[in-house]
Ligand binder design. Structure first.
Ligand code: NAP
Ligand code: MG
Length: 398
């Protein structure tokens, strides 16, 4: 059988630990036998990031800007323990943070539903998509570990020399201090991506922040969304029969739990980080959540929402079999290939992506799955290890 040809390379961002192992297997078993895979490869494994002074992360993000579609493996965000474990030169920043800053935009995360796994929340009938702003706030903060008594101030110096000052705190002793920021350009493109996505999905859009407490910062997000909605989207929303509605984040959480699902929930960067893990788990498993970063300039980066699954990796290193779920990673590849096919006018590639996803879902719906799903499965399930799972999917694909 002739392999499907590609035109433009995908930007391939390799990663760490268990997901790096699965990455290789997915390519070897499910993609390379069928597609003449063209990628521009960047190794974002922690060791190589350290060797390049993290330049490889920046280069990979710039390649994503150039080519338009990237697929990323999960990567370690180093903490003190990782610095020691890998003997790092520095505690490098989160690669996702770096990539999102370069691409800007919004991360959309949606659960992959299968018939034998019921959401923990009984009322949920349809998927809930989280739209997470991907720039700024605590991910681009400036922090100080305050050594002792003193005064902290927030100072803005305008290009014209104008100065704005706010007292933050009179420290009587040691403490901590942090400043965060965001940009009107980024918030506006976040808003537009959400309105656009809601229109294309024909689903209501919710947006929530904490504007009652953060009367300037969060309130500004609320105002920009409202302004853009009124000026650019109200009419289209009314015609599509969908609604936009704003509410406080705590009210939103309560409403989400009482809802039937089937809408898009726009969240600020940190809220989206936390809520997407909560939703993924409540819908089944972190490994059943797709994630795509959509930049306002029309670039797409596909990944899985989960991390590098460290606990499984340490078992794998000891020669044990692991039943790590590769579904979200398979969907990252299929999403990226489909988008590449769409942009390059390659219907065969798009169709392959559909078949790959269908084979994956058919495998699970047929009762073959990894341990995380088997624990939730309603009915008779056959638990397999990661490699066996991929081979079963391959069997269906053939
Ligand atoms: P994690 O890798 O998502 O894993 C947390 C736990 O969730 C696992 O131990 C496992 O539970 C379960 N799990 C997650 N994905 C799974 C899968 N595909 N199949 C089966 N079970 C799965 O999160 P973490 O342990 O907090 O973080 C590990 C590393 O990943 C950290 O270094 C972090 O910096 C990095 N990280 C990267 C990204 C990213 O690149 N997008 C995102 C988050 C975290 P059991 O052990 O109970 O089976
Ligand atoms: Mg997270």
């Amino acid at each position: 059988m002739a392999k499907i040809q590609m035109k433009t390379p995908l930007v391939e961002m390799d990663g760490d630990e268990m997901t790096r192992v699965l990455w290789k297997w997915i390519k070897e078993l499910l993609i390379e036998p069928y597609v003449e895979l063209k990628t521009e490869y960047y190794d974002l494994g922690l060791k190589h990031r350290d060797e390049t002074g993290d330049q490889v992360t920046v280069d990979s993000a710039n390649a994503a800007r150039k080519y338009g579609v990237a697929v990323k493996c999960a990567t370690i965000t180093p903490n003190a323990q990782r610095v020691e474990e890998y003997g790092l030169k520095e505690m490098w920043k989160s690669p996702n943070g770096t990539i999102r800053t370069i691409l800007d935009g919004t991360v959309f995360r949606a659960p992959i539903l299968v018939k034998g796994v019921h959401p923990t929340v009984r009322t949920w009938k349809k998927p809930i998509t989280i739209a997470r702003h991907a720039y700024g706030d605590i991910y681009r903060n400036a922090e100080i570990s305050v050594p002792g008594a003193g005064t902290a101030e927030l100072v803005f110096t305008g290009e014209d020399g104008q100065e704005i000052r706010r007292k933050v705190c009179d420290f009587k002793g040691p403490g901590v201090l942090q400043a965060i920021h965001n940009l009107d350009g980024s918030i506006s493109s976040f808003a537009r991506s959400c309105f656009q996505y809601a229109l294309s999905a024909k689903q209501d859009l919710w947006f929530s922040t904490k504007d009652t407490i953060s009367k300037t910062y969060d309130h500004h997000f609320k105002d920009l969304f409202a302004e853009i909605y009124e000026k650019e989207y109200r009419q289209a929303f009314e015609e599509a029969g969908i609604t936009y509605f704003y509410t406080l984040i705590d009210d939103a959480v309560a409403r989400v739990v009482r809802s039937e699902g089937g809408f898009i929930w726009a969240c600020k960067n940190y809220d989206g980080d936390v809520m997407s893990d909560m939703l993924a788990t409540a819908f089944g498993s972190m490994a059943m959540m797709t994630s795509v970063l959509v930049s306002p300039h029309g670039q797409f980066e596909y990944e899985a929402a989960h991390g590098t699954v460290t606990r499984h990796y340490y078992r794998y290193l000891q020669g044990e079999e692991t039943s790590t779920n590769p579904v979200a990673m398979i969907f990252a590849w299929s999403g990226a290939l489909r988008k590449r096919g769409e942009l390059d006018g390659l219907p065969e590639l798009m169709e392959f992506a559909d078949r790959l996803e269908k084979s994956t879902l058919d495998t699970i719906n047929g009762g073959v799955m990894t341990k995380d799903l088997a624990l939730l499965w309603d009915g008779e399930a056959k638990t397999v290890n990661s490699r066996e799972f991929l081979e079963t999917v391959k069997g269906k694909l053939n």
